[in-house]
Design a protein around this ligand. Sequence first.
Ligand SMILES: [Zn+2]
Ligand SMILES: [Zn+2]
Length: 181
Amino acid sequence: MFSEHATRMTRQRKAILETLRSTKSHPTADWIYEQVRHQIPDISLGTVYRNLKLLKEQGEILELNYGSTFSRYDGNAANHYHFRCEECGRVFDVDLPVSCALEHELEAKTGFEVHSHRLEFYGLCSGCRRKRESALGAAGAQAAVNQAQSQEAAQEYAHGEQAGQPSHLALENQGAHGPRH
Ligand SMILES: [Zn+2]
Ligand SMILES: [Zn+2]
């Protein structure tokens, strides 16, 4: 028989797991806490942490640890790869097959018994990349305008020097007509 306490624990854990599985954003414990509070207003952040730890030990979820920043949690416990944006901090699932070959290679090289591996990619997500490129584009356009202005000035100077001499275009045209005569 479940005690009332055990039932409550189960209900809390279920709400946490469902919240985590409802998103692809790999949220922090704080975010999960804010969401679960809509369903269970008196739940504490400590309870959320305890349950996340338990769910992780049970193999229901993954904990993604990013050094000094907060852990993020993943409702998909099957091994898969991640991409973390260094600009906005978002974590994305990467649609690449998990490489068993990599584990076998390491086993063959070392004699270790490899159980699993984690692979994370870092860089800029497409949104942040677009933002950066349009910022660079604006700076690049200004640079092009400046360059065009200085080229115009240089051309004016050159025209002054070559006044009275036949242009390259005229010489090329003469050459092109040559074989016909
Ligand atoms: Zn980003
Ligand atoms: Zn994931």
